[in-house]
Design a protein around this ligand. Sequence first.
Ligand code: COA
Length: 545
Amino acid sequence: MDGITLRPGGAVDAGALARLHRAARAAALPGLHERWTEAEVAAWLRAVPMAEAGGVLVATDPAGGILGYLARDRTVDEVLHLYVAPGRQRRGVGTCLLRAAQREAGPRGLALFCLRRNHGARAFYERHGFRPTAHREDPSANEEGEPDVRYCWAPPTGSDDRSHRMSESTNEPTIHKGLVGVYADVSAVSKVMPETNSLTYRGYAVQDLAETCSFEEVAYLLWEGELPTARQLEAFRAETAAEREISPALHRVIREFPKDAHPMDAIRTAVSFMGLEDPETADVSHDAQYRKAKRLFARIPTAIGAAYRVSKGLDPVAPDPRHSFAENAFHLIQGRVPPPEVLKAFDVSMILYAEHTFNASTYTARLVTSSGADMHGAITAGIASLKGPLHGGANEAVMHMLKEIGDPKIAREWLQSRFDHKALVMGFGHRVYKSGDSRVPTMKKYAERMAEVVGDRTWMAISRELADEMLTKKNIHPNLDFPAGPAYYLMGFDIPLFTPIFVASRITGWSAHVLEQAADNRLIRPLSWYTGPEQRPVPPMSERG
Ligand SMILES: CC(C)(COP(=O)(O)OP(=O)(O)OC[C@H]1O[C@@H](n2cnc3c(N)ncnc32)[C@H](O)[C@@H]1OP(=O)(O)O)[C@@H](O)C(=O)NCCC(=O)NCCS
C-alpha cells in the first residue's frame, strides 16, 4: 500500500491527496473535490489535533455525507477502501461511518472537519458530542457568494464537572466553563503534549533548549521559527542591546509611581507608557509589530529595574549593551552581575517561562490583537492577566508559602491544614498537564543548584516535603512556578519581582502569538448563554426598591 500514514504532526503528501480527490469524485461525494484544493486539505490535516484524537472524519458539503475516516496509523487509501465505497447510499452513510470510525478510534475519540454551511451535518455531529473549535474562513467565496468556513471539531472528551450541557431536550448549548478542552485556533509556536509531559518550542524540546541555548537564541527561535546562526545571533544581540534604554519621560513617570506599588502594576504601566511614546504604535503591519516586540524585549528589564530601584530609594542603573540578557537583568535590578552558575540558572528560567501555548495571558494578548489593536496594547493586557495568582502570580505566592512554613519538619502538618480548609496550594496543578509539568525537572535541578551555591537548603527541603505529600495525598504535581519561586529567591530577588521577571521572558511568547494571530486573524468573539431575568418593562423610580 503506497498511501499515506497520518501520525501526530506528520506530513501529508500531495500524491495521496490527489488520490483522495479522485476517490471522492469516483464515489460521487460532493464537496472535497469541488471546494478544497489539495494544498488547503494538506494544511488542514496538518493542523488536526491528532495528538489527542484517535482519528479524523472528513465531512463533505452540502449533503452532510462523510467523505472518509482518516485513522491514526492507517493510510488514506486503506481508509477510503473501507469507508468510501462507490454507489453506497448516501442516506445513513454518515451514521454508519461515524459508528465504524468511533469504534476504530477507540477512547481517544475523533476529530472532525466539516463546513459551516453544512447545517445538517453540524447538528448531526453536535448530537454525537463533537464540539466545534478552530475555524477558518476561505477568502474566496463559494458559488453561493458566501465564504466557506471550515471547522475543526474536537472529539467528544471526558466530561468536566463545570462544562455542562444546559439541557438535553432543547437546543441549548454546551457551556465550556474556563474553555476547558476547547481548541480555539491553530498555532505553530509551541506544543504541549500532556500525555508525555513534554513541551516543544517550534519543534525543539524545551529542556534541550534550556540546557544548550541562551535565552536570546530562544527568543529568536520563537519569533523567526528557526534557531539563529552565529552571525544572526550576533546581529540580533547587537540590535536588541542597542534598544535597552528607556526614555527620560518614562524615568520621570516611574519616579511618580507610588513607592508601595506592586512591581507588576509598575511594569504594566511602563509598557503602556512605552506605547504612548513609540513612533510605530499605530502601525500594525507585521514588520512594525515585530520591531516593537524587540524593543519591548530590550526595554522591559530596564523599566523593571528602574521602578524597583526607585521604590527602594535607589537610583536606576543604566543598561549595559555589552551584557547578555541575563547579565543585564541582574545589573539593572541588583546593580551587580552574579557568577556564571547563577546566570545560567536565571537564563534557564527565562527559557522555560518564554512560551506555553494558549495560557490565559497569551490568549489575552491574542484576543486583544484580534480586534486589530497594537502590540503595546496586547502586551499590557497580557501583563495584567499574568499577575493573577492562578497564573504567573503563583511564583510569588509559592515563596510566600515556603516562608510561612519556614521549617521542613512542619511542612506536612501545614499542608494538612490546607487540605482541611480545602484551600489551594500554590505552585501545584495545571490546566493542561495532569501528570507532571514538562518544565519542572529542569527548573528543579537549577533551583537545587542555587541552594548549593548560596548554601541555603531550607526552601528546597520544604519544597520536597510538599511535593511528596501533594502527590501521595492528592495526586497533584507541581508546576513551573513551584521551583522557580525559590530559585529566584536564592538568586537574591525580592519576592514581588518574581512575576515581573516572568514578564521579561514571556514577552517573547506573547509577541510571537500576536504576530501569528495577526497573520491569520478573525475577531475573537464567543457567545454567552443568557441566564438573567426575562425581558421586563423599566419601572418608574417611584415603583423601585
Ligand atoms: C492551575 C489551576 C488554576 C488549574 O486549574 P484547573 O485546570 O481548573 O484545575 P481544577 O481546579 O479543575 O483541578 C482539579 C482538582 O484538583 C484540585 N486542585 C488543583 N490544583 C490544586 C492546588 N494547587 N491545590 C489544591 N487542590 C488543587 C482542585 O481543587 C480540583 O479538585 P476537585 O476536583 O475536588 O474540585 C489550579 O491547579 C490552581 O489553582 N493551582 C494553584 C495556582 C498555581 O500554581 N498556578 C500556576 C499555574 S502554572
